[in-house]
Design a protein around this ligand. Structure first.
Ligand code: FMN
Ligand code: COI
Length: 347
């Protein structure tokens, strides 16, 4: 039985084709940013409060109209069928069972309608393509299937250079597997495009397409957080794409406080990257995040045990967060504050 997310990762590694393990696990360049995300959590320590009479903790959170049973969401990650034959359908079943949101990647390998049939709350991640008609088709389809927010990835004007994939020659999905939600109006599957020509006008363009909340994923600079507020987005995700885009980018946890300060409570601020323990979730929340997302751990759960494996990952994080809340003297995520967190040398 996996006692923690590292155990789940080890089980996944035993099962996965090494090429696919490297695709999931890897990052850009020397993978400094990939390591920095986890290392940033290892530098944080806690200063608990005592005698707070927390009673049973309440982890529920409301996020842009979506109710979640805990402030831990499933990050959008591509190609779930490389991890398990049921792909994103299994992930969605687990997220629904755990009562949290799954953000469906635009590069999902199962149709969004089938993912939605699992019954949980879905948000949809979008890479902004230059072809507006195509973007419109994809967004309308996702919203019609029931996706309740649009998570627009803004950290990918070009594709990051991932040397593990280059070494393996991993460039495409195996035969029979496609990005099912990348179909144009004629039903043809398009390639994912990274768009270096898009600017802040994108927000207004997307607003005209849909009424669901719009979040920007990949905001790190506080000035961009301010611009996001100005342009009327509904939320930001502090993310460096799990260290897969630009190596050398700051750890997300280190970028979080300035973004939180810039936003000043006007929008929810989510964060992802390197969260592997309930204590990591607690630290992110204490430093001002409204909720967090996990990417790779969900893929490890999926590879190790399908929907049950993903559910186990989410349940481990929930139990861990609940215990950590009690031990720092907080009854609910909203009780956490930055004074509970100190910085030290990693043990
Ligand atoms: C294998 C893999 C595929 C990913 N695919 C996408 C994607 O399609 N769209 C996107 O916005 N982010 C994608 N990401 C980034 C995640 O949404 C998230 O930012 C990152 O994984 C969080 O870090 P963590 O894996 O340390 O939890 C991907 C990450 C991984 C590991
Ligand atoms: C292949 C890409 C579309 C997805 C991915 O690997 C990523 O976004 O990191």
């Amino acid at each position: 039985m996996a006692l923690n997310l590292a155990d789940v990762a080890a089980a996944a590694r035993r099962r996965l084709d090494p090429v696919h393990w490297d695709f999931f696990a890897g990052g850009a360049g020397d993978e400094r940013t990939l390591r920095a995300n986890e290392a940033a959590f290892a530098r944080r320590f806690l200063l608990p409060r005592v005698l707070r009479a927390t009673g049973d903790r309440d982890l529920r959170t409301s996020l842009l109209g979506s109710q979640v049973s805990m402030p831990v969401l499933v990050a959008p990650t591509a190609f779930h069928r490389l991890a398990h034959p049921d792909g994103e359908v299994a992930t969605a079943r687990a997220a629904a069972g755990a009562g949290t949101v799954m953000v469906v990647s635009m590069a999902a390998t199962r149709p969004v309608e089938r993912i939605a049939a699992a019954g949980g709350t879905l948000w949809f991640q979008l890479y902004p393509h230059t072809d507006l008609e195509f973007t419109t088709t994809v967004v309308r389809r996702a919203v019609a299937a029931g996706c309740r927010a649009l998570v627009v990835t803004v950290d990918s004007p070009v594709f990051g250079r991932r040397e593990r994939d280059l070494r393996h020659g991993f460039v495409d999905l195996p035969p029979g597997m496609v990005c099912e939600n990348m179909r144009d109006a004629d039903g043809r599957v398009r390639d994912i495009e990274m768009n270096a020509r898009v600017g802040w006008e994108l927000v207004a363009v997307l607003r005209r397409l849909t009424t669901v909340p719009i979040l920007l994923k990949g905001v790190l600079h506080p000035e961009d957080a301010r611009l996001a507020v100005e342009h009327g987005v509904d939320g930001v995700v502090v993310s460096n794409h799990g260290g897969r885009q630009l190596d050398g980018v700051t750890a997300t946890l280190d970028a979080l406080p300035a973004v939180v300060a810039a936003v000043g409570g006007r929008l929810p601020v989510l964060v992802d990257g390197g969260l592997r323990r309930g204590v990591d979730v607690l630290v992110a929340l204490a430093l001002g995040a409204t909720a967090v997302l996990v990417g790779r751990p969900v893929l490890w759960g999926l590879a190790a045990g399908g929907a049950a494996g993903v559910r186990h990952v989410l349940d481990l994080l929930r139990a861990d967060l609940d215990r950590a809340l009690a031990l720092v003297g907080a009854a609910r995520p909203g009780d956490l504050s930055a004074d509970l967190v100190t910085v030290g040398a990693p043990a």
